[in-house]
Design a protein around this ligand. Structure first.
Ligand code: MRU
Length: 357
């Protein structure tokens, strides 16, 4: 485990490291209602697709614990309603929907006879989602080693580390693993305007891990790829469509275009829980638009554009599948054509889960 955590169940409540305050302050907030958890997801106390999924799962534990009923049917109805509130917190990361749907399905199928039984089932499933996440991240990082050169210069986007997951990270987990197994690693970390997940969070995590790195502005990645020996571009993903188009923090599309132009492999690293086989292509993914003051102001303070100027603030973009070299999952690396390889990875993950039961 890292010395810090993004989200954890502590003393019958949800504890989250407030990522809005990093790197200057390391403060954990405690949430005791599902509404508070939904709000924390929305304002990005917690962020990163897998961490959001685990948070929503524990949000549902809070909801069912608070249900003032002894009738299981009523308890299930309240659970579903809480799930809808949690899903509405952020629209793009499919892990949020995946986790809520998985929790509700489990609660229904368990056929609990009492509210205590229902509460136990819901808590156990949330624990499982939390535990599986850290395990999946480590397996992704291990799988990535087969395509990671021994001397590797990465460009990495956004924050995909232990902060964005339950532990270890997705794309940042690959950098971490490469360093741990003794590869010669350097990472260029783009700052990721406007919330600066790269500059604030990724640089903080890499510093903690002792991995050599430098922060660049988002627009410098083309120059860096051309001149600094970059041989691997890695990023995570918030939702991947059945055909391999993927929604991730904006600038991913630009990075993938630049990587292709320079002949550098670009990998998306994410668990199978981020695959949305019900969405045929990236054009159908709902892209979150965030408040304009994220762009017009620096952290709500300095106003950096003229008063009254319009702002457009999509939080994610969609990278077409033809720009992606491979998709690294906990079940292996998916290569084009992604329709087939992704469906296979999802099936493998489902089989693994069934065999564990
Ligand atoms: O808006 P955020 O910070 O939640 O966006 C996070 C990302 O886009 C990550 O790249 C993504 O969740 C990758 S997987 C950890």
């Amino acid at each position: 485990m890292a010395k810090y955590y993004s989200i954890k169940w502590v003393d019958n409540a949800v504890s989250m490291l407030d990522q809005r305050l990093l790197p200057h302050e390391e403060k954990y907030n405690t949430y005791t209602t599902f509404e508070e958890v939904a709000k924390a997801i929305n304002v990005m106390v917690v962020r990163g697709a897998p961490a959001i999924g685990a948070s929503a799962a524990y949000g549902l534990v809070l909801a069912v614990n608070a249900a003032e009923t002894e009738d299981v049917g009523t308890g299930l109805e309240q659970l579903k309603k809480a799930g809808d509130v949690l899903k509405a917190a952020r629209p793009t990361a499919v892990n949020l929907f995946w986790a809520v749907d998985r929790m509700v399905k489990k609660a229904v199928q368990a056929n609990a006879q009492t509210m205590d039984e229902l509460r136990a089932v819901v808590k156990a499933e949330a624990d499982l989602i939390w535990e599986e996440d850290a395990d999946m991240c480590f397996r992704m990082a291990e799988n990535a080693m087969q395509v990671t050169p021994d001397q590797v210069v990465f460009v990495h986007h956004c924050n995909t580390g232990a902060l964005a997951t339950v532990d270890y990270g997705t794309a940042l987990g690959v950098i971490r693993r490469a360093h741990e197994v003794g590869k010669d690693v350097f990472a260029y970390v783009d700052e990721t305007r406007p919330r600066l997940q790269g500059a604030r969070l990724t640089a903080w995590e890499l510093q903690e891990l002792g991995v050599p790195h430098a922060v660049i502005v988002d627009g410098a990645s083309g120059y860096v790829m051309r001149n600094k020996g970059v041989n691997m571009v890695v990023f995570g993903c918030d939702r991947i469509a059945a055909n391999g188009d993927l929604a991730n923090k904006n600038v991913t599309y630009n990075l993938a275009l630049a990587a292709k132009a320079h002949g550098i492999p670009a990998y998306s690293v994410r668990p199978t829980s981020t695959v949305d086989l019900n969405t045929a292509s990236g054009d159908l993914i709902d892209i979150e638009e965030r408040p304009s003051d994220e762009i017009s102001h620096v952290f709500g303070k300095a106003h950096i554009i003229p008063e009254g100027v319009e702002v457009f603030n999509p939080a994610f973009d969609v990278t077409p599948n033809e720009l992606i070299t491979g998709i690294i999952t906990e079940e292996g690396i998916a290569y084009p054509p992604f329709e087939k390889s992704l469906a296979e990875m999802v099936q493998k993950a489902e089989d693994r889960r069934k065999n564990r039961k």
